[in-house]
Design a protein around this ligand. Sequence first.
Ligand SMILES: C[S@@+](CC[C@H](N)C(=O)[O-])C[C@H]1O[C@@H](n2cnc3c(N)ncnc32)[C@H](O)[C@@H]1O
Length: 181
Amino acid sequence: MYLIVSIIILILSFVTLILAIALVVGLVMAKGVPFISTKSDDFDEILKASEIKSGEIMYDLGCGKANLLIKAVKEHGARGVGYELSLTPYLWAKLRSWVSGARLKLYMRDFFKADLSEADVVFCYLFPKIMEKLEGKFKTELRSGARVVSYGFRMPNREPDKIVQTNTDNPELGRIFVYKY
Ligand SMILES: C[S@@+](CC[C@H](N)C(=O)[O-])C[C@H]1O[C@@H](n2cnc3c(N)ncnc32)[C@H](O)[C@@H]1O
């Protein structure tokens, strides 16, 4: 009897540990992509490369804390839309947009479900596998004149129209790939 109770307690402890790890990972990571912010030193270069103009709509797919969107809205008069699946960065983004006064549309939703047909600029800081999956979505949904700006990672099957090297200490990651549709 004692042995059975001990085994049940052991199994329950193990399951609880696995659930706790899954919860913590889910708070800071979505679909295998961890929450890492773009270097704020590179924001100006990214926005310049995107050629964002006042009134245009900028999407950040996996927006994290939405710092880039906030800058685009406040300093360039853009309209910002962010998708973020992880709870912690999503809540940060909500708070930051409220504190900064930049009115953003923020969705805690998978960006593959987003309708990108109204986007003028789509910003991504994602992994190559995800960029590959997004290629088809961009092709079918983006309107003529829209730009995709990808930080650090290129789309595997499409040549960028422009590559901007930023002044970061990491030349690989500090590249901005611009694609025009
Ligand atoms: C590398 S971070 C970039 C954050 C922000 N864009 C930036 O540049 O500072 C990528 C973010 O994408 C989010 N993400 C990954 N896949 C997603 C999906 N399918 N839908 C929504 N968010 C996703 C992750 O949770 C993570 O916060």
